[in-house]
Design a protein around this ligand. Structure first.
Ligand SMILES: Cc1ncc(COP(=O)(O)O)c(C=O)c1O
Length: 398
């Protein structure tokens, strides 16, 4: 049979982060001692109290469909969390729970975008944003977050990028892949421009709990009532509670948008997995000690590994403020090691130094690489030492 796929998937690029991870796994299965630094998920188990709550819900018979936008008890737990952490007040009709933050974002773009609507995406960006926008008929418009501005965009850049087709902007803080955080003043300035031009703000706060040193996360929705009204917050339990496989994320925002997302979900997924929702209720209502313990473990790794990374010849790296990624500039290191670009170096690192990292080209900034420190300190130290020796060896051989 002759299979013709829909045009909308023609331009779809598979997740490059998953592709590298797959190649690393393949090499590993051939017996090679690969260290993978590509992981986008915490390496800790989900806290025991959450697992127990989910198990209990099943033994008590809560194994049926739930409302499409999530259990009322879970919405209540999310509303309490937003009150506790952000001082924000939402009604249950302004909250929708989905199958992970990724799915919630997908549903959001489906309900807000018409063909040709533009969505501003600062680079470097999380790989799924452009694809999700395109799948909804939208057009990604990139603004370069410059390295000397900690990879963040400026109000001037935003003003220049807005057209009469601009529908929304995505702000991801703390950022994947850069780990940078927008300050209140920076968010305020960007927010004012969005309000002036009726641009919806999609605030992806999935790394909210992973913030280091003196840095603080603030949601743009906390700044004023008008910014709250213009913002859809995206968050979930994946990174904060080490629950990536449970697939629970949520959106909080305008009731009209949330209702449309609920209607769409009612025909696509029916509801997020019931057992996972019970786990998420415990995640938000139960003790938060594990969240802090995981944050501290990430911070310890960051501090140790950062110093070793910047000691590699030619490597420059802004110290990340949050999330669990380092985003060093390897342009100079690639050149001194004899490679034309960082993509080539990344390939050689995998094949010869047996270290898997994600090239910055996947995130819209080809001079960088992304190193996830969601792995043991021992593996991290060994991996960075392998990269160091590899760059030195290659540059000495030239
Ligand atoms: C910036 C960002 N947003 C959203 C997500 C998706 O989170 P979830 O696992 O809840 O779908 C990720 C996961 O890697 C992410 O890095």
């Amino acid at each position: 049979m002759n299979i013709n796929l829909a045009e909308r998937v023609d331009a779809l690029t598979p997740s490059s982060t998953l592709a590298i991870t797959a190649k690393a796994k393949e090499l590993k299965s051939q017996g090679l001692d690969i260290i993978g630094l590509g992981a986008g998920e915490p390496d800790f188990n989900t806290p025991e109290n959450i697992i127990e709550a989910a198990y209990r819900s099943m033994t008590e018979g809560f194994t049926k469909y739930t409302p499409a936008a999530g259990l009322p008890e879970l919405k209540k737990a999310i509303i309490s969390k937003l009150g506790r952490d952000q001082g924000l007040t939402y009604k249950p009709s302004e909250i929708i729970v989905g199958n992970g933050a990724k799915h919630v974002l997908y549903t959001l773009f489906q309900v807000i975008l018409n063909d040709g609507d533009e969505v501003i995406i600062p680079t470097p960006y999380w790989v799924s944003y452009p694809e999700q926008v395109k799948l909804a008929g939208g057009v990604p418009v990139y603004i370069e977050g410059k390295e000397d501005n900690d990879y963040k965009i400026t109000p001037e850049q935003l003003k220049a990028a807005i057209t009469n087709k601009t529908k929304a902007i995505i702000i991801n803080s703390p950022s994947n892949p850069t780990g940078m955080i927008y300050s209140q003043a920076e968010l305020s300035a960007l927010g004012e421009i969005c309000l002036e031009h009726n641009v919806l703000i999609v605030s992806d706060e999935i790394y909210e709990k992973l913030v280091y040193g003196e840095n603080k996360h603030i949601s743009i929705a906390q700044i004023s009532q008008s910014l709250k009204d213009a913002t859809v917050i995206i968050n979930g339990v994946s990174k904060s509670h080490s629950m990536t496989g449970w697939r629970i994320g949520y959106a909080a925002g305008n009731e009209k948008i949330v209702t449309a997302m609920t209607d769409l979900s009612s025909h696509s997924t029916s509801n997020p997995t019931t057992t996972s929702q019970y786990g998420a209720i415990e995640a938000y209502n139960g003790p938060q000690d594990a969240v802090e313990q995981m944050r501290q473990a990430f911070e310890e790794r960051l501090n140790i590994i950062y110093d070793k990374l910047v000691a590699i010849p030619g490597v420059e790296c802004k110290k990340p403020q949050g999330a669990f990624y380092l985003y060093p500039n390897f342009k100079e290191a690639a050149h001194i090691a004899g490679y034309e670009d960082v993509d080539q170096l990344v390939e050689a690192l995998l094949e010869e130094a047996l270290v898997a990292v994600i090239p910055g080209s996947s995130f819209g900034s080809p001079n960088n690489i992304r190193i996830s420190y969601a792995t043991s300190l021992e593996a991290l130290e060994e991996a960075v030492s392998r990269i160091h020796s590899f760059v030195e060896k290659k540059s000495n051989n030239l």
